[in-house]
Design a protein around this ligand. Structure first.
Ligand code: FAD
Length: 396
């Protein structure tokens, strides 16, 4: 019972007797999902480990139903700024809502959030739910999880999306736990199954060696966090209007255990890596920390941000917040210059949606050359200084 007392989201409980194995395996057991019909037999079969191919048609009647409806995007607003991934997700949410045939809604929680509302309409929300309360001034897990959970329980959206930012990665698991549904973190591709209307949530798995598509068949809402800069920014239409719903927040400061004493912003240049327009990235091919100066010089001439592979970070040549890839930052610059990077899948998932990729590698078989728009096969110690000199001439 000790875990029950300290659970920060108050979601653990101690049953009188442990659930039996077979109860645990039934995906319908204890489901909060308001199934209009009993769970189809085929889903139960699946739970026992039998074939899954018959499930699709059986599940159709519940997805897209009138109980859980709408695609929601949680708009991340903190310290006076909206995380741009929120707008990217309104663009992606529009596609999902069109594919299901439901409305696209934004959710804004915080304090003094009025400025965000016209922006959210401009980026495509048809309806916006707002909770504006002093307790929500600074981000904290507990009050934000309470606010979002309250809205979810009341309005029952079918799908909820949020950026895989520090905030999204923190609050979404708490919300998913409270509403007892599934969450797929760090998605890079979303889609709707045309037959079942279920959300297809794709993300790298097993160390990035496979792309796994995950479905949440029997619980609602279907929840995903999505990596920033993976989805395209939608068109902003000034003056677009929609429906606004203000909700009360029935909590006080004394209801929450955590307090914000001070906010210290990061001053590292690399804090803006995910927004950089030009990136010069180095890998182990650069050979030694002192050689990073070659890449820095090129970056200075281009006004680019310096980044690198995990190899370069683990060698101690760069900081972790400069790492691009699956366990680092996802970037989508206009130009990505990869110097001495092999192009392991874990690196590619973090940069392959860059608009234009230039790769320099002395191995013609290197994977990075397969995603590059320009692949330069040769010794980086000759090519990089030559590029820097040429850019200097042209940009002066
Ligand atoms: P290498 O693979 O050693 O490549 C060096 C390249 O430099 C080679 O292609 C070589 O041909 C080239 N080269 C050498 N000398 C020269 C020269 N003189 N001129 C030109 N080219 C030269 N990696 C990431 O980057 N980001 C991540 O977020 C990440 N997350 C991971 C998560 C997990 C769970 C795991 C298991 C791995 C992860 N990795 C990640 C590690 C990844 O698998 C690779 O090991 C790493 O990306 C390799 O770094 P690299 O390309 O710098 O080094």
């Amino acid at each position: 019972g000790k875990c029950v007392k300290v659970c920060p989201t108050d979601t653990l409980s101690l049953p009188d007797k442990p659930a039996s194995r077979s109860e645990n395996r039934d995906p319908g057991a204890g489901s909060k999902f308001d199934l209009k019909e009993p769970l189809p037999e085929s889903v139960k079969d699946y739970a026992q480990g039998n074939e899954k191919k018959t499930i699709r048609s059986q599940v159709t009647p519940v997805a897209g139903g009138d109980v859980w409806s709408g695609v929601w995007v949680i708009i991340e607003y903190s310290n006076g700024k909206v995380a741009p991934v929120s707008w990217e997700l309104l663009g992606e949410g529009r596609k999902l809502a069109d594919a299901i045939g439901c409305e696209l809604c934004g959710v804004v929680t915080g304090h003094q959030v009025d400025a965000v509302i016209p922006e959210a309409f401009a980026y495509g929300a048809e309806k916006i739910y707002v909770i504006d309360h002093p307790v929500l001034k600074d981000y904290r897990t507990e009050p934000y999880a309470e606010a979002i959970t309250g809205l979810v329980k009341k309005y029952q959206p079918e799908i909820i999306l949020m950026g895989a930012t520090s905030m999204g990665r923190d609050v979404f698991p708490a919300v998913a736990t409270k509403v007892q549904t599934g969450l797929t973190a760090d998605c890079t591709v979303l889609g709707i199954d045309p037959e079942t209307k279920l959300l297809q949530q794709t993300r790298p798995a097993f160390g990035g060696n496979i792309m796994a598509t995950i479905l949440c068949r029997t619980r609602r809402p279907q929840m995903s966090t999505v990596r920033p800069r993976v989805m395209a920014m939608p068109e902003r239409v000034e003056g677009r209007q929609g429906e606004l719903i203000h909700e009360e927040f029935g909590f006080n400061e004394s209801d929450f255990r955590t307090k914000i004493l001070e906010f210290i912003p990061s001053d590292a240049k690399s804090a803006f890596l995910d927004k950089a327009e030009i990136i010069v990235a180095v890998g182990l091919g650069i050979g030694a920390k002192r050689n990073i100066a070659l890449a820095e010089e090129l970056a200075d001439v281009l006004g680019a941000t310096l980044a690198g592979s995990r190899g370069a970070v683990e060698a101690g040549w760069l900081n972790h917040d400069q790492q691009v890839g699956q366990s680092g930052v996802t970037v989508r610059p206009k130009v990505y210059i990869a110097i001495g990077i092999s192009g392991a899948i874990q690196h590619l998932v973090g940069m392959e949606t860059s608009d234009f990729i230039i790769a320099i590698n002395n191995d013609p078989e290197a994977s990075i050359l397969r995603v590059a728009n320009y692949g330069i096969v040769g010794d980086l110690f000759q090519i990089v200084p030559a590029m820097t000199a040429e850019f200097k001439k042209r940009l002066q």
